[in-house]
Design a protein around this ligand. Structure first.
Ligand code: F6P
Length: 385
């Protein structure tokens, strides 16, 4: 790694933290091109998220040039590698937990890096806020298919995930109709049900279950039974992985012991399917989309958003707007304090207009609090299925 010379161009670094997401490579490409084209700067890439700072001899950090970013725009994943949600402030090794955050400013000093662009979700931005408190010059870029990061109207990756989930719902429709079955599809959405809500509406689901609206199995059954009474012999249920029964808890996979930081959700579709099958006698099949939603090529909308975020992040560095995250607000790219972006997760508003639009179509959220389906009773009076 060459030492910075007095007159060498400014150097900045980029890191992709947390889980991968379609559009990460578009951000990296935009950062490298903008830094070079607009400012003549050099960009360095940190490998495997924050783990790149833990590699001896700064071997986890290397120069990114034009050849590195050639052809990466349509590629899923991240050319920098993603970490298994490494938390630099509590690194666990051989049973000991240590704070390794000091490695970031130390490496930046050694390599002459004057700013760090952190692309990530909630976890990465929490670390970014802590690094900013340590006076590390950071700029955040919001990424998550779950779309639950505050401060921005939308995150890149979400559009692609909704596209994948909607295609799955479309495909499940035809097989559900042929076999007169209920299809229950589990999509990602840990704390926020945006993917379930949007793919459920786009795919014409009959029931959508969200983390924000605890469900009552009786209400799911009522909706399906009503369809049967009206001659609809199949139904589609879209369930977010973080959905929970009223008074209950989300469904987690049996612990493997390998993932102590990040409890793994999964299995709610199987639970809901069993409940429906037992109560209705109708054949039910569960489908779990899982990481299919995170992999593969980003949608055109995500490529554009990720590119705009990448350009915005470099300009934020140029203007010294550190401790801030680029964000989409009113359709324009701006920056917000990182601390405010992570202060509250952006969850689905059960009383909001998107949920209301779904309810207007007769989609049930099977709300355990009884607040569900305001239009449904009158629709049924008029004979709607
Ligand atoms: O945070 C995004 C997300 O896709 C969640 O919806 C999901 O629970 C989680 O990542 C799974 O990530 P991993 O399996 O990579 O830990």
């Amino acid at each position: 790694m060459p030492k910075p010379r007095a007159k060498s161009p400014r150097r900045i670094a980029i890191l992709t933290g947390g889980g991968d997401c379609p559009g990460l490579n578009a951000v990296i490409r935009a950062v490298v091109k903008t830094a070079e084209n607009d400012f003549g700067w050099e960009v360095y890439g940190v490998r495997d998220g924050f783990e790149g700072f833990l590699v001896a001899g700064d071997r986890g950090i290397s120069r990114l040039d034009r050849a590195d970013i050639a052809g990466i725009l349509p590629l899923g994943g991240t050319i920098l590698g993603a970490s298994n949600r490494c938390n630099l402030f509590a690194v666990e090794r051989k049973g000991r937990v240590t704070d390794e955050s000091h490695r970031v400013p130390a490496a930046m000093r050694r390599l002459g890096l004057s700013a760090l662009i952190l692309v990530g979700g909630e976890g990465t931005h929490k670390a970014a806020a802590q690094l900013a408190d340590l006076r590390v010059p950071v700029v955040g870029v919001p990424k998550t298919i779950d779309n639950d990061l505050g401060g921005t109207e939308v995150t890149f990756g979400f559009d692609t995930a909704v596209g994948v989930a909607t295609e799955a719902v479309d495909r499940l429709h035809s097989t559900a109709a042929s076999h007169h079955r209920v299809m229950c599809v589990e999509v990602m959405g840990r704390h926020a049900g945006w993917i379930a809500l949007h793919s459920g509406i786009a795919g014409g689901a009959d029931v959508i279950l969200l983390p924000e609206i605890p469900y009552d199995p009786d209400r799911i059954v009522k909706r399906i039974a009503s369809r049967v009474r009206h001659g609809r012999r199949f139904s589609i249920v879209v369930v977010a992985e973080g959905a929970k029964r009223g008074g209950g808890a989300p469904v987690f996979r049996k612990g493997s012991g390998n993932d102590p930081i990040h409890d793994r959700l999964g299995g709610v579709a199987a639970v809901v399917s069993q409940e429906i099958e037992e109560r209705t006698g109708i054949s039910v099949r569960a489908t779990v989309l899982g990481h299919v939603q995170r992999g593969g090529s980003p949608s055109p909308a995500d490529r554009v958003l990720a590119t705009r975020f990448g350009v915005g992040a470099v300009h934020a560095v140029a203007e010294g707007r550190f401790g801030r995250m680029v964000a989409l607000r009113g359709g324009e790219i701006t920056t917000v304090p990182i601390a405010s972006a992570v202060a509250t997760l952006k969850t689905v508003d059960p009383a909001g207009s998107v949920v209301a639009a779904a309810r207007a179509l007769g989609i049930s959220f099977a709300a355990a609090d009884g607040g569900d389906d305001p239009h449904f009773a009158s629709r049924r009076r008029h004979g709607a299925p």
